[in-house]
Design a protein around this ligand. Sequence first.
Ligand code: SAH
Length: 398
Amino acid sequence: MASLILKPGREKSLLRRHPWIFSGAIARMDGNPASGETVDILSANGQLLAHAAYSPSSQIRARVWTFEASDVVDADFFRRRIKAAIDLRNTLHETKNTDAYRLIHAESDYLPGLIVDRYNGTLVLQSLTAGSEYWKDVVANLLIEETGLTKIFERSDADVRQLESLSPRVGPLRGDTNQLILIITENGLKFHVNIETGHKTGFYLDQRLNRLRLREMADGRDVLDCFCYSGGFTINVLAGGAKSVLSVDSSSDALALCRENVSFNSFPPNRHAMLEGDVFQILRKFRDEARSFDMIILDPPKFAPTAAQAEKAARGYKDINLLAFKLLRPGGFLITFSCSGGIDASFFQKIIASAALDAGVEAQIVEHLSQAPDHPVALNFPEGGYLKGLVCIKLNKQ
Ligand code: SAH
């Protein structure tokens, strides 16, 4: 087996069990491994630290499969990891209330680069790295054996694949996956999910608990759901008894899905309206028109995928949150999210605090929100925790 030898002192992050080996940490390679092949990782003084997948094109040159020197990375190894991930979901209560959840959350399930989501009877697999690509067929067979399901659709079209010199691939992987629009049931509500063209692998599974929470808070409120996509929050606040819901998105396709999901759940259309456009502009227009709401949801796309974009992203978050605070009635809830890996929870909270200050609003955080438990965060891999949300209540000025 090929070996990758680190520069002196560069074993530190591996000893803390962080699974990434950056190109700058590498002294030399003994051998000539193919893309995705397993390599030994050795410290400068020859200690075997880990077995890892080799990514020749990426700055993250290798990702650790296992820190156990005695482990052999083979089909049996992947079977154990997949079983452990499935067992974890079975012990999590919310899988009882939904037929759609994340089965494998990449590094945080000790399977770097591999995402597997379950939508009813179909699995959707997303391979993001050379290593997960190398083992894809083995993993697909194991998933069939271990879940008892027969259908796997592949959605390996995320942009990050370019960093690994992998071209996109979308299509059937196992079984008959001709049905591309699936119906899932989550906490008694139904959604259409397009596994071929939908965002991520089709649906924002990570927001499941937050959807339920907002449903509990929506009774009697006028709700503005910004960046609504296919209506995950919209449907839930309608189910929670919202007086009115206005769903905003810049994508007409997203709004079409949202409308379909509203009627699919038999909500009378008179409580629901939609608006196509840019949230930044629409919030300004509403401010100028002195419109007001008593619940505003902000769930924008990733403004800062990495720390390098954090400053610019912070301005974007501040802008929409400042406007939302202004549109909120006293006693109203602002539910605001960031899924940017480049902005951590404490920075996000500072941005929201400065938005409230500049809006001339007093507000309290009444709840911190995060990703659902089927998106665990391995303690050795804090990058796995990306979704943060705050529920703020706007106070009457004293
Ligand atoms: N809240 C959704 C997920 C939001 S994803 C859910 O829970 O399912 C982000 C959405 O923002 C996408 O649907 C995208 O079309 C939309 N979007 C991106 N930029 C926008 C903008 N400037 N104004 C309005 N919508 C935008």
